[in-house]
Design a protein around this ligand. Structure first.
Ligand SMILES: [Zn+2]
Length: 400
């Protein structure tokens, strides 16, 4: 459709426009000076682009103050488009509907069984998305894209879900295609750890940062890495598999086929096994965290030891990537300082001092909502110029 050639005036303009839009989408709102800083564009270019976006109704500009000086804050117009997030977790299906101005307009969660089939799962997602769109008062054609979170690795080439301990019957299914066919919408898929990282980056404990790691410790252990404001996935999509760092070559066999991986020492199954003899009866990780907070010594010990092991993995991560912040998510994060403090001790012990010095280790602030909010953020991060242009009439403006 476009007649642009790379390097032409208009393709450069479109690229700059998309950089400005993306910066505003990810931050929620920015002053023009902040846009210039984060995009590297000149103040004059930013000013021209903001004027153009304002005239097309894509952004709204409001007076504010920044460091005592008057400034103008730029945010996406509330009716620039709707995004949908869908998250399949261990025991739940969660859906959220939001706008590009970072407002969550409707959100709901319902329980699912681990033996639910993929077909049933996607049928239920379709129904819930339809109901929440109606509740928020939007027609399906206002939706720019759907972010979908799944608790397992996605093959970058085929889009198929790899082996997952959480929804065992879903291996080999193409979740993006399944949901896209049902909804008739563009669907972006990612794993739960990457979405947790995006959620905390945009809405939670990572706001305003460009380099962080989100570590999710639940039945499995995974991480999402944000580098220069973007999720780093690696060419095969496996970046951040911190759960499979080897801690003990002669340790227990892991589901990955290796031995002594971090996950075999801190995954929920292992932790619950440790408490078998001392705590007879049905235990869950959430229950263990509750007991620890009530002073149960065995549960406190198990959580502290897990923290030390996680900390040694975090130390390796810090030596390699030097993130500004490590955000802990998943059920074990609910233990707060009981797990965070041993993590910090291990980081201090094993990481290079210069990597550890600038690091803060904090709990996520979004809890179980991190992934579904991250699914909204995934659309904002990945939608590119097509989404913005399709819904704002900018195509004619920028190809003129
Ligand atoms: Zn492993």
């Amino acid at each position: 459709m476009s007649m642009d050639t790379p390097g032409s005036q208009s393709s450069l303009h479109r690229a700059n426009l998309e950089r400005v839009l993306r910066a505003v989408r990810m931050a929620g709102s920015l002053t023009q000076a902040e846009i210039a800083r984060s995009t590297g564009l000149s103040a004059a270019t930013v000013s021209n682009i903001v004027r153009e976006l304002k005239e097309s109704g894509t952004v709204v500009v409001a007076d504010t103050s920044s460091g005592g000086r008057r400034a103008r804050s730029v945010s996406l117009s509330g009716d620039a488009g709707i995004v949908v997030g869908v998250d399949f977790g261990h025991t739940h299906l969660r859906v959220a509907v939001g706008n590009l101005a970072h407002r969550v307009l409707a959100e709901e969660s319902e329980p699912i069984d681990t033996d639910v089939s993929a077909q049933q799962g996607f049928d239920r997602a379709e129904t819930l998305v339809g109901r929440l769109l109606t509740q928020a008062g939007f027609r399906p054609d206002k939706v720019i894209g759907v972010g979908l979170g799944v608790p397992g690795p996605i093959d970058v080439e085929t889009g198929a879900l790899g082996s997952t301990a959480i929804l065992p019957g879903w291996t080999g299914v193409n979740p993006g295609r399944e949901l896209s066919q049902r909804l008739g919408m563009q669907v972006y898929v990612d794993n739960d750890a990457n979405l947790g990282a995006l959620g905390e980056l945009v809405w939670g404990a990572g706001r305003g940062l460009s380099d962080l790691a989100y570590i999710k410790v639940a039945s499995g252990v995974g991480s999402g890495l944000v580098i220069n404001g973007q999720i780093y996935r690696g060419p095969g999509g496996t970046a951040g598999e911190i759960g499979h760092i080897t801690l003990d070559e002669a340790g227990p066999v892991c589901r990955c086929g290796n031995r002594g991986c971090l996950e075999t020492f801190v995954g929920s199954r292992y932790l619950l096994n440790l408490l078998n003899a001392s705590h007879p009866g049905e235990l869950t990780l959430t229950k263990v965290v509750q007991l620890a907070q009530q002073g149960d010594l065995g549960c406190r010990r198990v959580i502290a030891d897990a923290g030390r092991q996680i900390g040694s993995g975090v130390a390796t991560l810090c030596n390699l990537l030097n993130p500004r912040r490590v955000i802990l998510g998943g059920e074990l994060a609910e233990a707060g300082e009981l797990v965070l403090s041993p993590i910090r001790d291990s980081v201090a012990r094993y990481a290079i001092p210069s990597a550890a010095r600038q690091l803060s280790v904090v709990p996520g602030t979004l809890g179980g909502r991190a992934e579904v909010l991250g699914a909204l953020a995934l659309v904002m991060s990945e939608m590119g110029e097509s989404g913005a242009i399709r819904h704002t009439g900018l195509a004619s403006a920028s190809s003129a």
